[in-house]
Design a protein around this ligand. Structure first.
Ligand code: NDP
Length: 446
């Protein structure tokens, strides 16, 4: 499957050791397909066992999270923290609370995070955590007790220079507050051991908006560099209307685009005149569904969120969850006139969908690069915390924009260097790999 015999051998071993971990294997395969272009050119990579070490987490913590529900019954969930690679800095990555969470999903996210963080140019290693806890229909008291129990185990593995979690699916400002508060109580110290914190206790301006805003900055730079165009006048469809999706919608509109479709679990809404994205964001902040938007506004509604991909548009931002776009969705996207897909979520497109886009010369930006705005701003939050400073919104926004432009050009330059100009899947994976490889090589066998 791979040109490199070395990669083939490591992949076979990886399949054996991680049997049944579908998402993790998918992420490794995508990464190997990209680095296959360069691995054999440097025999040191094989001699030093770099790839074997890269696919094995440095540490995987799995633990029981017991908590008491409002009816007085004890419930038990499983918590995880995967500390994947700390060659370039302390482990850094979000926390996901969702029923679907399992070891494979947290490992794939931590693996991706390692190379995403490398692309930001910041000194951040890769990690990710979470639990198979479903926050839906839980009271605030239940969420708080769950967060405290999760942290009662995890705190001993964290630290401002060890491992710094943040939010992700199901973990927003409220949950970060509960997690950080309990961490602070247990350790009796106030350090920047969490990012995505509230502004009143060490958070950074624009951290909640950063992934969505960064996605728009990346897309704008890509359009300008590859097509000499900008987002003005472009019709965009966005899946998911949570943290990433709703903020991407707000920023894209500010940059002159029209958001013609959005989705959530309740379905999809569409309007060729453009959606009221501020209202969408307000609804979702109140934990309401998009189906309610359609009752109050003139738009089309379908209870099948996949119908979003049939809406006529120029650009698609998948911002919901992994593998949300399969081959059939990819066909619909291309049929609807879309010429550029930028991943706001982590691995939202299946491998078949990505192949379909690439074969049809659709401009494609992988999440590893395009959604790195969130972790970049987390890095800025860490810098502010360690210097006891607070930067203004304008300062953070300017730094975020520069970082996203830098990530784009790093990926693009790398794609050109390896003879695949404009293939950002290859550019992002190879650029991220090189940075981590060089750090691992310099630090000996650990
Ligand atoms: P949120 O929980 O805030 O939002 C997720 C949104 O997606 C919700 O609106 C949810 O609907 C919707 N959704 C879930 N599954 C589907 C589906 N199959 N089709 C359509 N909509 C769906 O999460 P985030 O916005 O924080 O994260 C989204 C993605 O972005 C994840 O892959 C995450 O890992 C990635 N990411 C997030 C970062 C961040 O800073 N938050 C940073 C980098 C990546 P409903 O509201 O009805 O539940």
């Amino acid at each position: 499957m791979f040109k490199s015999k070395y990669l083939e051998r490591v992949f076979t071993e990886c399949l054996r050791k991680n049997a049944g971990e579908i998402e993790f294997i998918q992420a490794v395969r995508e990464f190997f397909e990209a680095i296959d272009l360069i691995v054999d050119a440097d025999p040191e990579i094989e001699r030093l066992g770099i790839i074997e070490r890269m696919v094995e987490p440095e540490r995987l913590i799995s633990f029981r999270v017991p908590w008491v529900d409002d009816a007085g019954f004890v419930r038990v969930n499983r918590g995880y923290r995967v500390q994947f690679n700390s060659a370039i800095g302390p482990y850094k990555g979000g926390t996901r609370f969702d029923v679907s969470v399992n070891q494979s999903i947290i490992k794939f996210l931590a693996f991706e995070q390692t190379f995403k963080n490398a692309l930001t140019g910041l000194p951040l290693g890769g990690g990710k955590g979470g639990a198979d806890f479903d926050p839906v229909n839980k009271s605030e008291g239940e969420i708080m007790r769950f967060c405290q129990s999760y942290m009662a185990e995890l705190y001993r593995h964290l630290g401002a220079n060890i491992d710094i979690p943040a939010g992700d699916l199901g973990v927003g400002a409220r949950e970060v507050g509960f997690l950080f508060g309990y961490y602070r109580k247990l350790t009796n110290e106030f350090t920047g051991t969490f990012t995505g914190k509230g502004l009143s206790y060490g958070g950074s301006m624009l951290r909640p908006e950063a992934t969505g805003y960064g996605l728009c900055y990346f897309a704008a730079e890509m359009l300008s560099n590859l097509k000499g165009e900008d987002l003005k006048g472009k019709r965009i469809i966005i899946s998911g209307s949570g943290n990433v999706g709703s903020n991407a919608a707000v920023k894209a509109k500010k940059l002159g685009a029209t958001i013609v479709g959005m989705s959530d679990i309740s379905g999809m809404i569409a309007s060729d005149k453009g959606l009221d994205v501020d209202f969408v964001k307000k609804l979702k902040n109140e934990r309401k569904m998009l189906s309610e938007y359609s009752l109050l506004n003139d738009c089309d509604f379908s209870a099948d969120y996949r119908d979003l991909w049939k809406v006529q548009a120029d650009i698609a931002f998948p911002c919901a969850t992994q593998n949300e776009i399969n081959l059939e969705d990819a066909r619909n996207i291309v049929k609807s006139g879309v010429t550029m897909v930028c991943e706001g979520a982590n691995m939202p497109c299946t491998e078949e969908a990505i192949d379909y886009f690439r074969a049809r010369k659709i401009l494609f930006a992988p999440g590893k690069a395009a959604n790195a705005g969130g972790v970049s701003t987390s890095g800025l939050e860490m810098s502010q915390n360690s210097q006891h400073l607070r930067w203004s919104e304008v300062e953070v926004d300017a730094k975020l924009k520069e970082i996203m432009k830098g990530i784009y050009h790093n990926c693009y330059r790398t794609s050109v260097r390896v003879g695949q100009p404009g293939d950002l899947v290859i550019g992002a994976n190879i650029a991220g790999f090189i940075r981590v490889y060089e750090a691992m090589k310099a630090q000996g066998i650990i």
